[in-house]
Design a protein around this ligand. Structure first.
Ligand SMILES: [Zn+2]
Length: 311
C-alpha cells in the first residue's frame, strides 16, 4: 500500500488519474464519472458503489429525457428559468439557455412538497476619509445595499430534500430598481407554481401566473427614483467630507433627508394570486402511473426509492 498505488474507478473501470479519486462509501470513482452526478447530490461519500451506479444510470437516462423534453411553459428571465412539461407533469430548472448539456434533473410535480422565498438584503457600511487619511463613519451612517432573490424548493425522492436557487445573476443594488420589482414578481410567481404542485395540481389545471411587464414610462420613473436616492446619498457624503476637511466651516445642510435603513418599496408587492381550480386528485394519493414511472430516481442512501410510499 502506498500513496501512488493505482486505483480503478468502480463505476466505469477506468484508471483513476492523479488527484482524480472521488471516494465512495465502499469504493472509488473517477473525476469523469463524478462530473455526471446531479449537482444537487449531497453526501457523495455515503453512497455505495451500487447506489452510485444506480444514480449515474439515472443521470444518463435523464440526459436522454432532457433532449426530448417538451416545453409547454417557461417562467423566468434572469439567471434561472423554470421549464414545465404539462403533458407528463414534469419540470426542471436551468440557468442555461441551451440547457441540454448541463443535464438538469427532470422532476415530477408530485416530488414537490413545498416552497419558500427569500429576498436577502445585505448592507455594508461606507466610511469617510479624513484629511489625514483616517476612515470614520458618516454621520448619519451610510450603507451600500444589495439584494439577492432566493427560492427553496422542498422535494421528496431526490438526491436532496431542498434545492436552493438564487434567481438573480447580479446583486440588485437598489430596492427602487425595476430589476428588484421584476425579480420579486418572479419569486412570487415561482412560489405560486411550486405551491400548486405541492397541493397536487397537474398539467391539466396548473396555473402559470403572468410575468410582470414594466412599461417604458414606469421603468423610467423607477430609474429616476433610484437615481434620486443615489444622488441624495452622494450629496450627503460629500457634505460630510467637506465638513471633515473644514472643521471650522458651518456644516452644509444635506439637500435631501437621509435614506431610511430599510427603504420602503416603491410599490406594494403583488401577493400570489389565489388559484381557483380544484386539484384533480387528493394530495396524498399515490403518484399516477406514467410511462416514465420506471425511470430510476436519484434516491440515495436512506432515501426512499421510486417504489417507496410518499411521505
Ligand atoms: Zn469512472
Amino acid at each position: 500500500m502506498g500513496l501512488f498505488d493505482k486505483k480503478y474507478c468502480d463505476i466505469c473501470g477506468e484508471k483513476i488519474g492523479f488527484l482524480g479519486n472521488r471516494k465512495l462509501a465502499d469504493g472509488n470513482m473517477c473525476k469523469q464519472c463524478a462530473e455526471q452526478m446531479s449537482p444537487w447530490l449531497e453526501g457523495r461519500k455515503e453512497y455505495t458503489v451500487a447506489e452510485m451506479q444506480q444514480h449515474i444510470a439515472y443521470r444518463q437516462a435523464n440526459y436522454e429525457e432532457v433532449k426530448h423534453f417538451q416545453v409547454t411553459d417557461v417562467l423566468g428571465y434572469d439567471n434561472y428559468r423554470l421549464y414545465i412539461n404539462r403533458y407528463n407533469n414534469t419540470w426542471f430548472i436551468s440557468s442555461y439557455k441551451n440547457y441540454t448539456d448541463s443535464n438538469p434533473d427532470i422532476l415530477y410535480f408530485s416530488q414537490v412538497t413545498g416552497c419558500e422565498m427569500e429576498i436577502k438584503e445585505t448592507h455594508r457600511e461606507l466610511y469617510a476619509h479624513t484629511p489625514d487619511n483616517r476612515t470614520v463613519p458618516y454621520n448619519p451612517r451610510e450603507y451600500d445595499y444589495d439584494y439577492d432573490f432566493y427560492i427553496n424548493i422542498y422535494l421528496v425522492d431526490f438526491v436532496t430534500n431542498v434545492v436552493r436557487i438564487k434567481l438573480n445573476t447580479f446583486r440588485v443594488e437598489d430596492a427602487y430598481d425595476p430589476k428588484y420589482k421584476e425579480l420579486e414578481n418572479l419569486l412570487y410567481n415561482m412560489k405560486t407554481v411550486f405551491d400548486q404542485m405541492a397541493q397536487g395540481y397537474d398539467g391539466s389545471n396548473l396555473v402559470i401566473p403572468e410575468q410582470l411587464v414594466i412599461d417604458a414610462v414606469t421603468r423610467m420613473d423607477m430609474e429616476r427614483q433610484a437615481r434620486f436616492y443615489r444622488d441624495a446619498q452622494r450629496d450627503r457624503m460629500r457634505a460630510f467630507e467637506m465638513m471633515l476637511a473644514n472643521p471650522g466651516a458651518p456644516a452644509p445642510r444635506p439637500m435631501t433627508p437621509p435614506r431610511p435603513v430599510n427603504p420602503p418599496r416603491p410599490t406594494s408587492p403583488q401577493p400570489p394570486r389565489p388559484v381557483t381550480p380544484q386539484p384533480t386528485r387528493p394530495v396524498n394519493s399515490p403518484r399516477p402511473v406514467t410511462p416514465n414511472q420506471n425511470r430510476p430516481t436519484g434516491a440515495g442512501p436512506n432515501r426512499p426509492g421510486p417504489g417507496a410510499p410518499r411521505r
